[in-house]
Design a protein around this ligand. Structure first.
Ligand SMILES: N[C@@H](CCC[C@H](N)C(=O)O)C(=O)O
Length: 283
């Protein structure tokens, strides 16, 4: 089968984007692994599939597959590329778009400067949402927020729709991202595994971040990971409400007002979304 696709990237997190608005999406996990393979296929961190929405309240449905072929809940950098794609391919005349993902409805806006702002929805701290099983672990409270001992690190756990475990490190460049990252990803406390974030606080409004992503390994940027890191940093009292996140692939701006009485507001993420090329591949 011959597949048309667009290669895109958002802060260096790269995607194969497939338009399934006119014909149903039918790739097998094996075909997706081939597509995601950097030597035998196109190569990407995630595959994004754009479908019509089944609900009149949303403009599209957007599905995310890691390059292993596993479908996942959420992808922040992918959400920005999704908007750029539907506008550039004239699938919509709107610049403010509602899209349904596996477990959230997102609101996205293409800015005049070409960047995209995404209302990523509220962070969820209930352990069942990740899921996170703290059995046998004792948290340390920092500013009233729980940091959990996992693999010798202290992690804040939060779902941004997908699961994250974020630790603060002195220096992201020397942090054990490639060795400890996979151990945290597969730690038994995270039955559906987890994305492992390593955050260096540079100032109250600036962090450096590396993320070892579930399935994809370390990527140049992780949008949901940036939101999770800033949320953890704000709750631990380390960060202000608007933070620039320096990733290895580019800069993201994250804003979060927090919340009252256990009710939390949405996280806003702004960043770039760029087409790399259009292509066709025989699968
Ligand atoms: N790169 C993404 C996150 C993609 C999904 C993640 N690997 C998971 O398995 O949850 C982002 O920009 O958020």
């Amino acid at each position: 089968m011959r597949l048309r696709f667009t290669k895109m990237q958002g802060a260096g997190n790269d995607f194969v984007v497939i338009d399934a608005t006119k014909q149903p999406f039918s790739l097998t996990p094996e075909q997706m692994r081939r597509l995601g393979d950097r030597r035998f296929g196109v190569g990407c961190d995630q595959i994004l599939v754009i479908e019509p929405s089944a609900d009149s309240g949303a403009d599209f449905r957007y599905r995310i597959f890691n390059n292993t072929g596993d479908e996942v809940e959420h992808c922040g950098n992918g959400a920005r590329c999704f908007v750029r794609f539907v506008v550039d391919h004239q699938l919509t005349g709107k610049r403010e778009i509602h899209v349904d993902t596996m477990n959230r409805r997102l609101f996205l806006k293409l800015q005049d400067d070409g960047r995209v702002t995404v209302d990523m929805g509220a962070p969820v701290f209930e352990h069942a949402a990740l899921p996170f099983d703290p059995e046998g672990l004792q948290p340390r409270l920092v500013n009233g927020f729980e940091l959990w001992p996992v693999d010798g690190a202290e992690v804040g756990v939060v779902s941004m729709g997908n699961p994250h475990a974020v630790q603060r490190v002195d220096d992201v460049e020397t942090a054990p991202v490639l060795t400890q990252g996979p151990r945290i990803e597969h730690h038994p406390s995270f039955p559906r595994r987890v994305n492992a974030g390593f955050m260096q606080v540079l100032a109250r409004d600036r962090i450096a971040l590396r993320v070892f992503e579930r399935d994809a390994g370390e990527t140049l940027a992780c949008g949901t990971g940036a939101c999770a890191a800033v949320v953890v940093g704000i709750r631990a009292g380390w960060l202000d409400n608007a933070v620039e996140v320096q990733t290895r692939g580019g800069l993201l701006r994250i804003e979060w007002a927090g919340g009252d009485n256990g009710r939390f507001g949405p996280v806003l993420m702004t960043g770039p979304a760029t087409k790399v090329f259009d292509g066709e591949i025989e699968l």
